[in-house]
Design a protein around this ligand. Structure first.
Ligand SMILES: Nc1ncnc2c1ncn2[C@@H]1O[C@H](COP(=O)(O)OP(=O)(O)O)[C@@H](O)[C@H]1O
Ligand SMILES: [Mg+2]
Length: 272
């Protein structure tokens, strides 16, 4: 049996002191799981994922990551924990004017002294590793291009490489394919799945699209109105359950692209 990496206990979040965006979430995540969280817009998926590494502070409950209670961690400890949690964003959060290779190397910030990285002095072995990763996702030819010259799908593959460079135990991805067309989305999901499985990195990915969840998850968590209403294997997710989760918002379960209402994207990569 794999060890547990994450234990979430009675996690709740209210933004206004009245309405709960998340309500008493319990979830135990084993090492190596690839969990996809599904649910309609406003269900609480982003709040959930952001509560895990305290990009937002939960109102109640605990998040225990590799034995440490994140909800109680002080500044320095929180920084240490966050260095072990990689993030992938809907809008990629790359530095557009900087080249692809450097964007990937940014994943190593926090692992090497600032005075070195400030001058772009990454160790040679880090560069080699970044190059290998870019080869793996098929972007070796774009290595020295500015990030903003890439397509959305390519940018997200850079986002994956950057997260992996961080050598995380856990990757959190909030709607990583919501801005991509279905083909680019497929490539991104497949690469994310392959790279994390190879390295036994645990993943929690928020998605709207049920078909993508079923294709890539080892476990699906269905969220509705701030509560977990389904937790099981992809093959256990019935049509009736999907209907229940998306009740009144059925069209969202298939959406990709810009039609999805964009939430309040308040954070940026590397925010500590
Ligand atoms: N920063 C915020 N301030 C106030 N309310 C918020 C904020 N972020 C999210 N909410 C509310 O919390 C609920 C859950 O939102 P969210 O976690 O973004 O859901 P999802 O990611 O599933 O679309 C929604 O009712 C949303 O309006
Ligand atoms: Mg969201």
């Amino acid at each position: 049996m794999a060890n547990n990496l994450l234990e979430i206990k009675q996690l709740s979040k209210t933004y206004d002191g009245k309405k709960y965006a998340l309500s008493q979430i319990d979830l135990t995540v084993a090492e190596g799981e690839f969990i996809v969280v599904i649910g309609p817009s406003g269900a609480g998926k982003s709040t959930f994922i952001r509560s895990i590494n305290r990009m937002i502070d939960p109102s109640e409950g605990q998040v225990i990551f590799a034995g440490t209670d994140i909800t109680r961690a002080k500044k320095k400890q929180l920084r240490q924990i966050r260095s072990e949690i990689g993030m992938i964003f809907q809008h990629y959060n790359l530095i557009g004017r900087t080249n692809v290779l450097k964007n990937v190397l940014h994943g190593r910030l926090g692992k090497i002294p600032f005075r070195k990285t400030a001058f772009g002095l990454y160790p040679e072995k880090d560069k080699q590793e970044a190059v290998q990763l870019l080869k793996k996702v098929g972007l070796q030819e774009q290595m020295y291009q500015r990030a903003n010259a890439l397509s959305g799908g390519q940018m997200q593959r850079v986002g994956i490489c950057r997260a992996i460079m961080q050598q995380p135990k856990l990757i959190l991805a909030d709607e990583p394919i919501a801005s991509l067309d279905p083909n680019a989305a497929k490539v991104v999901m497949k690469q994310l799945q392959e790279i994390t499985q190879e390295r036994q990195i645990t993943c929690i990915v928020n998605l709207h699209q049920v078909d993508f969840a079923k294709a890539y998850a080892t476990r699906i968590v269905g969220v509705k109105e701030g509560k977990i209403v389904f937790d099981g294997k992809p093959q256990e997710l019935t049509e009736a359950m999907i209907t229940h989760i998306y009740q009144g918002k059925e069209e969202q379960q298939r959406l990709t692209q810009a039609t999805i209402p964009v939430g309040k994207e308040q954070l940026t990569y590397g925010e500590a």
